[in-house]
Write a protein that binds this ligand. Structure first.
Ligand code: FAD
Length: 351
């Protein structure tokens, strides 16, 4: 027997909570189903030394400023988790934790949401499942042959696990730079990237990135020329630990190896190096398995959307994930705007 509601939000991380905030403001009945037993979404899985790349006030969801963390300009993950737990409670958001959504089916005018705790019937679904459950590993020759340890950044916790080991960190983005910096002084580090790392200017943090994304949105909305995404500024935010390691000359990079061997890697010139572990900082893909079979067409793992709404079926919205659901929508401060627009469009659909 299925329960009834107007909207099911799948995922109770920051994106799902921002959706709940705006649905509640518009008086739309909904439920938020989240697989994790506790609040915090993917912030529950980050490595110990991770700090936000924006100050607290620039890391806020709609309606409530993130409080400053004592003694820290850039808050840590525990502070974000506490903020999200408080946010959920403060706005009495109807989150059901520990509920895994297996699939969504079309059922006439309704959508049927199947979970490991029974089913729901709804008139619209917001998918806000993030990317953490889908780490991406590139197809590198020899990956299965390597006898050492392979870890994705999704599961990296800290340098302790790699003390004294020969570690290869793969990836030229923020995770690669931050984990490489984290390992300096603990492991024998080799950092490899496909192209030379592109650091943002030292005075650019998440604030400037958000302003840039907002200016771009405004330009596009007003029919002006595209000012370019934040990627046009660089790939790596020079957060203090990265800056310190880089300036101390500890973040040298090598060009990506050509293959993994049983005991390490082979470089493009044919020479080899031994390694105990490889840490893949190679990104994520949207976690959308629960929508497989619905034929919501898209490319490169993204579903085709207009704003956050599926072009194929307007009862489906997508929040978070990346720029394809709105500029900076996978950040704390950036998800508010697309969440508000999503709630408004759903109100119009229900009307
Ligand atoms: P998530 O936090 O992943 O939440 C999704 C939720 O959905 C999870 O609780 C998950 O369990 C649940 N779920 C998934 N599948 C299902 C299912 N089938 N059924 C039920 N529940 C499901 N952003 C910033 O704003 N500032 C930063 O400084 C910053 N730094 C970052 C640093 C790193 C290294 C990374 C990786 C990201 C960073 N981000 C930062 C980006 C961003 O804030 C996070 O990726 C954020 O967690 C995305 O939130 P979300 O709610 O979309 O997804």
């Amino acid at each position: 027997m299925s329960r009834r509601t107007d909207v099911v939000v799948i995922g109770g991380g920051q994106s799902g909570l921002a959706a709940g905030y705006h649905l509640r403001r518009l008086g739309i009945e909904h439920v938020i189903l989240d697989a994790r037993p506790a609040p915090g979404g993917a912030w529950q899985h980050t490595w110990e030394s991770l700090r936000l790349f924006s100050p607290a006030a620039y890391s806020s969801l709609p309606g409530r400023l993130m409080p400053v963390q004592e003694g820290q300009v850039y808050p840590d993950a525990a502070h974000v988790i506490a903020y999200l737990a408080d946010y959920e409670k403060r706005y009495e958001l109807p989150v059901q934790h520990g509920v895994w959504v297996d699939a969504v089916h079309r059922d006439g005018a309704f959508l049927r949401v199947e979970t490991d705790c029974g089913g729901w019937r709804a008139r619209a679904v917001i998918s806000a499942t993030g990317t953490w459950t889908r780490p991406f590993l590139p197809a590198v020759p020899g990956r299965r042959d390597f006898a050492g340890r392979q870890v994705h950044s999704a599961h990296y916790q800290g340098p302790r696990d790699f003390a004294g080991q020969r570690v290869i960190v793969v990836g030229g983005g923020n995770s690669g730079a931050q984990i490489a910096a984290d390992l300096t002084g603990h492991a024998d580090l080799t950092w490899v990237t496909r192209r030379p790392p592109r650091y943002l200017a030292d005075d650019i943090d998440g604030r400037a990135l958000f302003d840039h994304a907002t200016a771009r949105r405004r330009a596009l909305d007003e029919g002006r020329a595209d000012t370019g995404g934040v990627a046009s500024l660089g790939d790596i935010v020079a957060v203090p630990p990265v800056r310190a390691a880089r300036d101390a000359g500890l973040l040298a990079v090598r060009q990506m190896f050509s293959r993994l061997t049983v005991g390490g890697v082979e470089w493009a010139d044919g020479t080899q190096a031994e390694a105990d572990a490889v840490i893949w900082c190679t990104g994520f893909r949207p976690a959308l398995a629960h929508l497989a079979g619905l034929r919501l067409r898209g490319t490169r793992g993204h579903i085709t959307t207009s704003g956050t709404r599926s072009v194929e079926d307007p009862r489906f919205h997508f929040l978070g994930y990346g720029d394809w659901t709105g500029p900076a929508s996978a950040t704390l401060i950036g998800v508010g705007r697309p969440a508000r627009e999503t709630a408004r469009q759903i109100r119009d659909l229900l009307d």
